[in-house]
Design a protein around this ligand. Sequence first.
Ligand SMILES: Cc1cc2nc3c(=O)[nH]c(=O)nc-3n(C[C@H](O)[C@H](O)[C@H](O)COP(=O)(O)OP(=O)(O)OC[C@H]3O[C@@H](n4cnc5c(N)ncnc54)[C@H](O)[C@@H]3O)c2cc1C
Length: 481
Amino acid sequence: MQLVDQLRAFLPSSAVLFDTEDLKPYEMDGLSAYRQTPMVVAIPETEEQARKLLQACHAASVPVVARGAGTGLSGGALPRGDGVLLSMARFKKILHIDPLARIARVQTGVRNLAISEAAAQYGLYYAPDPSSQIVCTIGGNVAENSGGVHCLKYGLTVHNILRLRVLTMAGEVLEIGSEGLDSAGYDLLALMTGSEGMLGIITEITVKLLPKPERAQVVMAAYDDVKKAGAAVGDIIAAGIIPAGLEMMDRLAIQAAEDFVHAGYPLAAEAILLCELDGTNEEVSEGIMRVHDILLASGATSLLTAKDDAERLKLWAGRKAAFPAVGRISPDYYCIDGTIPRKQLPMVLARIRELSAEYGLRVANVFHAGDGNLHPLILYDAGKPGEMERTEELGGKILELCVEVGGTITGEHGVGVEKINQMCIQFKEKELILFHAIKAVWDKNGLLNPGKAVPTLQRCAEFGAMHVHHGEMKFPDLPRF
Ligand SMILES: Cc1cc2nc3c(=O)[nH]c(=O)nc-3n(C[C@H](O)[C@H](O)[C@H](O)COP(=O)(O)OP(=O)(O)OC[C@H]3O[C@@H](n4cnc5c(N)ncnc54)[C@H](O)[C@@H]3O)c2cc1C
């Protein structure tokens, strides 16, 4: 293959894979329902190699899909059969930690947790903590604007980075952002964050580090009704308390997690809330007392406050392992990610339950309740004819419900291929045209991760024809098929 020869001119042969058995491990990311074997996988080690690769692909009009650790749940790193899958896994150096400025400069393939591990010697850590943090890369986190338990208090990835080094599809190097709190001009740092590998390839990231809090303490509250647990979330925030984590799990998720990691969850509960506070000793002690009062007033049937750090980590272990735990009780599961205004939690959880019964598919809920960021996991069996299609339809209905109540179709997992149709519901034609215009400025020929995240207007017209929402047809001017 001519492209392979070109790539081998500047990459060692072990960094250019094209035999079928070498390509197989790259055919999907965390959204295993979608698979595609790439034409070639390239694994550069230096920015110069990545730059030359992009130039070669640009000249040959070959699409390029970036990949970090491949844990994305919306199919963002799904390869193209006619393209190069660009693995950034070998960019794994922590380049510099400045404990005085509380920043770290790292390469894109560094694992999220590795940053906190390296910063621990200075009493510092990197706050955003996706549950996949032991494997996912910081570059993938930036490309998806990832969140985690701590993001309620400390913000998403976009709030915790300062600077990026980026390669364009044409192979130019861009420096975006600064180590100051603000930069002149348009906020390209925010634009790149959540751009799902469609605007440029990130090679280096400067992140903010925070001092490790003196103390953290978690309370688990059990409820006999999911709606009461949902309402308690709003009560805590309304009282002016900002927990370091406020997570919720429903009965199915509790049972799966307990069976898997024995975290000490109450099996009879319909829902649990995990509410963590951090700060100084005094702040945490006072805050925990207030949280206790609020949870009891909201109808909690029992409360458990972790007595030491080991018990705290055990309670979190169940939450952190909830996705794989659900994977043990069903042949397949489909993780939805949508965000709603917190006050809508009780109503939306009740509606999800109704939809689950309507579609005859079990749904486990385990999510960042404080952010209103839902993760309904739809349990299905891909081996049963029609079940995958029913699952996708149910997932679509849940996302549309999020938009209907004033929320969005993604909280932290991105759009990828999974939610591309729902983008047509979230956005109007004018907004989509702007998205396409932005993409064209960065990547004129549309070679970076084509077909992801931003739907064509044609696609929306076709989807709109199938999907008339509240009697309103979307994109009425576009021809239907
Ligand atoms: C068990 C489990 C739990 C999870 N929990 C969470 C959670 O709590 N919060 C959360 O937000 N997410 C979570 N995720 C989703 C996922 O881990 C995140 O989206 C993560 O940021 C993806 O990182 P990655 O390195 O695996 O990226 P990949 O999956 O490899 O790629 C993700 C996207 O980023 C692009 N990309 C990757 N690297 C680059 C680069 N260098 N330059 C440009 N584009 C790039 C890819 O093209 C793709 O579009 C979870 C996933 C799993 C499997």
